[in-house]
Design a protein around this ligand. Structure first.
Ligand SMILES: *Cc1c(COP(=O)(O)O)cnc(C)c1O
Length: 401
């Protein structure tokens, strides 16, 4: 069975996680992150969404409007609401699935204090758009959501450096992971000082049992992705046992996780450090597999492939087809799991009905149509060719209805 995602963890992460006598693991991880992101100041958190929440609170943004895409991870909107602010949703472009920056201009009011610039699926936002908006509205803060796009963009000028700060989610499904965790990076000393001060007032040391559970989870994850074990994991997932343990948000409530103000645990920081040393290799592989998919699928008129600017990190290789559900089932029978990531559009979710959407709701049907083809380290070029051929067969045999 080929899983839809696979964390790139091996024995090195497990060994490193056990070095409990290392006391400066969190600082060491933050320093490494600073080196690789080429940003001066890095602060770690328990979740990516905590980083955003902390930014808004630390900069005393309260009862204001924060612009973000409607087609993104819902936890971003939850963090905006929970920080005491109002999300203003903007429609996305079909071109690259990122927010439509023309519509961002229409969304700005005198109450707008921040814009979340999401680089969805690793596709970097056009950096000129950010420079233009910043010139037009120097008082509005721009935060890059890099949860899908660690250091995407131009080689010496990656997208995380455009704007006032960047934040990253690092849970098990992200390209590089601390298993549980998040990070904010910035070059702005003032923002950094405020974040540190917020953190010292609002965060707590993770409890020992939590650290222990994280270790168990790390080891379980390491084994779960083994090719003999994974079919069982897939079974647990299908019958709903696993989702009860792993669902990290509830669609019916706007809330933050109970432990969201915890500091990043030392175990998570140690795993993250090893991950950062492998970063280049991880991205290189994703780019190779994704270009293979691109080449094979580009001429299929029933498959829509978003255009990525150069420098995409391909956290997911996404495309849309009419019968995504059908393809998912078709592939599962053949032993491949197909992902359905971002399977909602926030303004269509009941609890967010009352919020403003600027632009047309062209994303309404995307969740039904989106698929993502595995491009992780468990997929080599032979397997990727097979997956692409299966997709072509599926649409050409008229099953795509
Ligand atoms: C994962 C993710 C985040 C943050 O995730 P946390 O679970 O809070 O660490 C933010 N934005 C996007 C687009 C994501 O996919």
């Amino acid at each position: 069975m080929t899983p839809r995602f696979k964390a790139n963890i091996n024995y090195k992460e497990i060994i490193e996680s056990l070095k409990f006598w290392h006391n400066d693991s969190v600082r060491r991880f933050e320093n490494k992150f600073s080196e690789i992101s080429e940003q001066k100041y890095v602060t770690s958190f328990a979740y990516g969404r905590t980083g955003l929440y902390a930014l808004l609170q630390a900069l005393e943004i309260n009862d204001k409007e924060v612009i973000c895409p409607s087609y993104t991870c819902i936890v971003v909107a939850n963090a905006i609401v929970k920080s005491g602010n109002k999300p203003v949703f903007v429609s996305s472009n079909k071109k690259d699935f990122n927010m439509n920056w023309q519509k961002v201009r229409l969304a700005i009011t005198s109450d707008t204090k921040a814009i979340i610039s999401t680089n969805l699926f690793g596709h970097p936002v056009d950096q000129d758009e950010i420079i233009k908006i910043k010139n037009e509205h120097p008082d509005i803060l721009i935060f890059q959501d890099c949860a899908h796009s660690f250091f995407a963009g131009k080689k010496d000028n990656t997208i995380n450096k455009f704007g006032d700060a960047s934040f990253y989610g690092m849970n098990i499904s992200k390209i590089i992971t601390t298993i549980f965790g998040g990070v904010v990076a910035t070059d702005n000393e003032n923002i950094h000082k405020k974040l540190i001060s917020w953190k010292s007032k609002n965060s707590n040391r993770p409890k020992l049992y939590k650290t222990f559970l994280q270790f168990i989870y790390l080891v379980a994850a390491y084994f779960a992705f083994n090719k003999y074990v994974y079919p069982f994991v897939n079974y647990l997932e299908r019958v709903g046992i696993l989702s009860r343990l792993t669902d990290y948000y509830d669609e019916n409530k706007i809330e933050m996780p109970r432990d969201f103000t915890d500091e990043l645990s030392k175990i998570a920081a140690r795993v993250g450090f090893i991950q950062l040393t492998k970063y280049k290799e991880i991205i290189k592989h994703r780019r190779i597999i994704s270009s293979l998919y691109n080449e094979k699928l580009i001429n299929e008129d029933k498959i829509y492939i978003p255009k990525c600017l150069d420098g995409s990190t391909y956290s997911h290789y996404v495309c849309t087809i009419d019968n995504a559900d059908g393809f998912e089932k078709y592939m599962l029978k053949k032993g491949y799991q197909i992902g359905r990531i971002v399977n909602y559009n926030i303004v269509n979710i009941e609890i967010y009905r009352g919020y403003r959407l600027v632009g047309e709701n062209i994303m309404k049907n995307w969740p039904k149509k989106i698929i993502n083809l595995p491009n992780h380290n468990g997929v080599n070029t032979i397997l990727a060719t097979e997956i692409a051929n299966n997709l072509i067969e599926f649409v050409e045999q008229g099953k795509n209805q």
